[in-house]
Design a protein around this ligand. Structure first.
Ligand code: AMP
Ligand code: ZN
Length: 112
């Protein structure tokens, strides 16, 4: 299977890794939309939020707990935004689930 994020996880493609453990990797986004913009990516290939199963809930909790920890490490104490783009209308371009964390600028609402 040809998957960009699986290749990044296997280190076949270089990336700027800011965190890694046995379940996830977090990398700087190659096309940052804010002064701080990183992606939390599970090592397990899951296509999108729509494919999350009951057996993935421990992984989801792990990611949710990691978000404020990485936000703190990246000094996002004034706030930040977490984004999951799901499917075509959601704006998902890489079909391997990931969570964007953006910070260090004022976020706007509604999103584009
Ligand atoms: P999405 O559009 O939500 O699927 O997000 C995919 C994100 O991956 C985009 O923000 C891209 O800028 C980012 N991206 C694409 N290729 C790379 C790469 N090689 N390294 C880091 N981030 C990437
Ligand atoms: Zn993948």
């Amino acid at each position: 299977m040809d998957c960009l994020f699986c290749s990044i996880i296997k280190k076949e493609i270089p990336s700027d890794i800011i965190y890694e453990d046995d379940q996830v990797i977090a990398i700087k986004d190659i096309n940052p939309q804010a002064p701080v913009h990183f992606l939390i990516i599970p090592k397990k290939h899951i296509k999108s939020l729509n494919e999350i199963e009951d057996t993935d809930l421990e992984l989801v909790s792990h990611i949710v707990k990691l978000i404020p920890e990485l936000a703190r490490e990246n000094k996002l104490n004034e706030g930040y935004r977490v984004v999951n783009n799901c499917g075509e209308l959601g704006g998902q371009t890489v079909d391997h689930i990931h969570f964007h964390v953006l910070g260090k600028r004022q976020m706007l609402w509604p999103p584009g």
